[in-house]
Design a protein around this ligand. Structure first.
Ligand SMILES: Cc1ncc(COP(=O)(O)O)c(C=O)c1O
Length: 433
């Protein structure tokens, strides 16, 4: 019989005791918030597109089984504990690989950067590694400032690029003010409005940073031609274009890059930087990447090759895991699967909208990244809770709270989508009560 090792790491203590520990030693308001949603439960066993909680809402209740339609913003693109990726990590550890020494050169960073360069839009051939998405965004902004010798940065209102230094400055005031974090060089303009961008991009600006599909901002779809126009505005002013593909990249739209054909098949814009995070980890080993055009390198590293470092960024183990992920997710058959499932999913959500036009204003998205906009925030929050009660984990967009963002793992199958749509419909139907 196979030895049951799961107990060593999952369900070590009963859920109610763990919630108390979490409140006492990690974050009490977070525990209160989740309890308020009726979802004061902790994930336990996890596999494929589902996970089980340690117990039910009451500790005496049996565990809940949840379809993860959040995927942690793309971390679980390949589902939970993808066996192929887990095997790579086990094999790599067994072969004696560890995180490596960031000061030294690395076989795995070389191999992964080459693989990424082959997948990138033409000309983006260099990669600097990090651990989190925010770190990689900070890197792109740092490098843009060094290259252009300018300070200014333009981002989108409602956009989100992380909670680290420069990344935080690109975001909405809600997340910054508590930390007294303000810098007049950083400005925001409405997303999708090329005229507003044109007016703001001057010769003081080092970079424009945009998500291809702002996720926290409400799964916004820019009009066709917007990114091409932004590219032109940047070119005319000597400004770097940073594209954040932390959520929309790596196949989420059914194309490998959202910026390079994933939004509109004929629109293949080439930015100066592409930043990835979340899904680079496959939910197994953290890694982020800041990839850029080769001409940028000399302004950063020629004088000092060690001017930018990250001890655990681009660890050898993380690179081995990411390399496997790239092989899986860049396979044309995999991308075709995402397109087919995406169509099914989008049609399912649109049919729910047709049934409940009094609640749902719009359904929009690409591939397996969908936004469902309600007429108000209250309807959206209630439907989120009702869907969770139906066993579907999804969330509202932090910067557009009348919109649900729905991102199942990319490995989701037809029968699972049918089940998920039935459950979302059941949840939304209860709004009538
Ligand atoms: C689009 C986008 N960029 C960057 C980040 C920051 O990533 P991290 O939380 O790994 O720092 C996030 C995180 O949610 C994100 O959604």
């Amino acid at each position: 019989m196979k030895e049951d090792t799961s107990k060593k790491y999952i369900g070590i203590l009963p859920q109610d005791q763990l919630l108390k520990l979490y409140a006492k030693h990690v974050n009490a308001p977070k525990v209160r918030t989740f309890k308020g949603f009726g979802f004061g439960v902790m994930p336990g066993e996890r596999h494929g597109i589902k996970f089980k909680t340690l117990a039910g809402v009451k500790s005496s209740d049996p565990p809940l089984e949840i379809y993860n339609c959040r995927s942690s913003g793309g971390v679980f693109n390949l589902g939970h504990c993808n066996p192929q990726v887990v095997q790579v990590l086990k094999d790599a550890l067994d072969s004696g690989l560890d995180i490596g020494d960031h000061m030294l050169l690395s076989e795995w960073r070389a191999l992964l950067a080459k693989k990424l360069a082959d997948l990138m839009p033409p000309g983006i051939t260099k990669t600097t590694f990090g651990v989190s998405g925010g770190e990689a965004i900070d890197t792109a902004i740092k490098f843009s400032r060094a290259y252009t010798k300018r300070r200014g940065c333009i981002s989108a209102i409602g956009g989100y690029h992380g909670h680290t230094g420069f990344a935080l400055l690109t975001g909405d005031p809600e997340f910054r003010e508590t930390f007294l974090w303000h810098n007049p060089d950083f400005k925001q303009v409405p997303f999708g409005d090329a005229d507003a961008m044109r007016k703001s991009v001057t010769e003081e600006i080092s970079c424009v940073i945009l998500e291809t599909i702002p996720a926290t901002g409400g799964v916004l779809i820019a009009p066709e031609g917007y990114f091409a126009e932004v590219r032109e505005i940047c070119d005319n002013n000597g400004v770097m274009l940073i594209i954040d593909e932390v959520q929309a990249g790596l196949g989420r739209t059914g194309q490998f890059w959202a910026i390079y054909g994933g939004m509109y098949p004929n629109e293949k814009v080439i930015p100066d930087f592409i930043v990835c995070g979340k899904g680079m980890s496959s939910g197994i080993y953290p890694l982020s990447t800041c990839s850029y055009k080769s001409f940028i390198e000399k302004e950063i590293f020629n004088e000092d090759a060690f001017i930018h470092i990250s001890t655990t960024g681009g660890s050898d183990l993380g690179c081995a895991v990411a390399s496997e992920m790239l092989d899986i997710q860049s396979d044309p058959k995999f991308l075709e699967h995402v397109r087919q499932m995406g169509e099914l999913f989008g049609n399912g959500l649109k049919s729910i909208q047709t049934e409940y036009p009094e609640f749902i204003k719009e359904v929009r998205g690409r591939g397996l990244m969908w936004g469902v906009e309600f007429y108000d925030e209250n309807l959206c929050l209630k439907s989120m809770i009702l869907c969770i009660q139906e066993g579907i984990l999804l969330n509202y967009c932090g910067n557009k709270k009348n919109t649900l963002i729905i991102m199942p793992p990319l490995i989701v199958q037809k029968n699972e989508i049918e089940e998920i749509i039935v459950r979302i419909r059941n949840g939304i139907q209860k709004l009538k009560k």
